[in-house]
Design a protein around this ligand. Structure first.
Ligand code: DC
Length: 229
């Protein structure tokens, strides 16, 4: 099918944007790229190489020097997508709290962002892509044909994250998760480099009162409206 477009979905952590983006991509036959997974994979590399201390301080110099050795990609199977760090499937490990607690300072490093933004742009050269993140509509694909900004209150997002982690057998508390969500919101919004910001031409999408089916249907409608005009 001709006329493929780029769909940029930005928003706060645990806003449900990844599930929405993945479901839309599957429905319309586009490739889905989770840009947050790429920041998480770089964070895991830095943790494994002793570049982050217990107070979440990152050795920026060492990590910047190591970037050419960090290869992030995705392995796609019919029903799931796995994040690869130098060829290793790290999908599970990058979703755990230790990575979540260290990822914001890593994502604030300009050299890391430049490196990953270039990779993300390379994924979009043939269009037909749904990418979710924080700066997709503003920095990665400022010319994306459809931009969505997803939001929901921090408490709603913390409850969702708690259920996700509990379903995977993690013993974490609501308060720990809420603190992590709020801390990440703050760092994401206030960092100097590519802060989380709604693109001026993005469509606001508050899914807090929607079921999964409703949010998927609403997003599909926005896509259909975009390609038909
Ligand atoms: O969406 P997520 O929670 O998996 O994102 C992980 C972290 O990466 C989060 O702290 C924000 C950061 N991130 C970013 O800075 N830019 C992106 N495009 C995607 C994620």
């Amino acid at each position: 099918m001709g006329n493929k477009i780029i769909i940029a979905i930005d928003g706060y952590s645990s806003s449900g944007k990844s599930s929405m983006a993945r479901a839309l991509a599957a429905k319309i036959g586009y490739r889905y790229i989770d840009s947050g997974a790429m920041y998480r994979a770089v964070t895991l590399y830095a943790m494994r190489h002793g570049m982050i201390d217990a107070d979440h301080n990152v050795d920026t110099r060492a990590l910047t020097d190591a970037l050419p050795d960090i290869h992030v990609d995705f392995d796609v199977t019919p029903d799931k997508q796995y994040t690869l760090l130098n060829g290793e499937n790290v999908e599970n490990e990058i979703r755990q709290l230790p990575v979540s607690n260290n990822v914001s300072p890593v994502a604030a490093i300009p050299a890391v962002r430049h490196y990953l933004v270039a990779l993300q742009q390379a994924f979009g050269t043939e269009k037909g892509i749904v990418m979710d993140g924080r700066d997709i509509g503003t920095t990665v694909f400022p010319d994306a044909e459809l931009k969505i900004f997803v939001n929901a209150p921090a408490e709603t997002r913390a409850e969702r994250r708690l259920k996700e982690l509990q379903a995977k057998g993690n013993t974490v508390t609501y308060n720990e998760i809420l603190a992590n969500v709020k801390q990440r919101d703050h760092i994401d919004e206030t960092r100097a480099e590519s802060p989380l910001r709604r693109a001026a031409d993005a469509i606001d999408f508050d899914n807090s009162a929607m079921s999964i089916d409703e949010q998927n249907a609403a997003l599909l409608k926005l896509y259909n409206d975009t390609i038909s005009c």
